[in-house]
Design a protein around this ligand. Structure first.
Ligand SMILES: C[S@@+](CC[C@H](N)C(=O)[O-])C[C@H]1O[C@@H](n2cnc3c(N)ncnc32)[C@H](O)[C@@H]1O
Length: 274
């Protein structure tokens, strides 16, 4: 049977059903970095690049797709946790779960970054990703929205300290996954959500200020952080994340990072001796 052009494009670009031409144009941003980008970065003095960016540039195995600036974000959020997990109340080996394996390349990067002792798992809905099981990490096949499956993976990992959601990027999936995994994230751990520019695109269930978009729901966590200062219950989207365990919400271009910590009641501090 002949396939229509949108059908072929949807399959090649892994676009969800219902994408529009505008989404398609916008989605060009999610395509692999062009060779020009490498040339530009080659000219950047290497001491201005984060260690993770340099590590990413050195990878010569299977391909992976990230945005250049993501490595700086991961470096900033993770470097000290990786070198001194005990300062965050974590223990080695660190347990890392990446949703979205694709060709397994990012698992290779994470293996080098987190070290040989780290427990690293990847999950993907595509059975082809099982080809990469055991190369750098364990790979399990299933959907990020299947909470029983995700829980079984985390049971196998004996818990999770770092979650990286680089899966479907569909707003509903991102939030469903967060609801499912947040209770399983260790205190001291970090939860990364990549490619949130998709939350502005209707084909991914997004749109600017659209209440159902993932970014709109994540923004509500700013209110959850400030829950002690007002009466009404924050968490209109029932994310199930409370102020007692949410230490920070960091928004970067297309990446949001949530950090989980056992928070003390906010108390005023008076400094000085006079
Ligand atoms: C952008 S790729 C991941 C790329 C990889 N992490 C990297 O950095 O190169 C997204 C992956 O998510 C997978 N995916 C899509 N929907 C999913 C779902 N519901 N559950 C799990 N994985 C899903 C796709 O099959 C695809 O391999």
């Amino acid at each position: 049977m002949l396939k229509s052009i949108p059908q072929i494009l949807r399959e090649r670009l892994q676009l969800p059903v219902g994408f529009s031409i505008a989404d398609l144009v916008a989605s060009i941003r999610t395509l692999p970095v062009k060779i020009d980008d490498f040339e530009v970065l080659d000219k950047v003095p290497s001491n201005e690049l984060s260690s993770l960016t340099r590590m990413a540039m050195r990878q010569n195995g299977e391909p992976f797709l990230k945005w250049w600036h993501y490595f700086d974000i991961y470096s900033r959020e993770l470097d000290s946790l990786v070198s001194h997990p005990e300062k965050s109340g974590l223990r080695r080996p660190l347990r890392v779960l990446e949703i979205g394996v694709w060709r397994g390349g990012s698992l290779g990067l994470w293996r080098e970054y987190f070290g040989s002792d780290a427990v690293i798992y990847g999950v993907d809905i595509d059975p082809n990703s099982s080809l990469y099981n055991g190369t750098h990490a364990q790979v399990r096949i299933g959907s990020q929205t299947d909470c029983a499956f995700m829980n079984s993976v985390i049971d196998e990992m004996s818990g999770v300290d770092v979650v990286i959601d680089d899966g479907s990027h569909n707003s509903r999936d991102v939030i469903e996954t967060l609801r499912c995994l947040w209770p399983r994230l260790t205190f001291g751990g970090l939860y990364f959500i990549e490619d949130l520019h998709t939350s502005y695109w209707p084909a991914w269930g997004g749109g600017l200020h659209r209440r159902t978009s993932s970014i709109e729901k994540l923004k509500s966590l700013v209110d959850v952080l400030h829950q002690p200062y007002f009466e009404r219950q924050a968490d209109p989207f029932k994310l199930g994340i409370t102020q007692q365990e949410l230490f920070s919400v960091s928004f970067f271009d297309s990446v949001t990072v949530l950090s989980k910590r056992d928070n003390l009641e906010p108390r005023p501090f008076r400094g000085g001796r006079k």
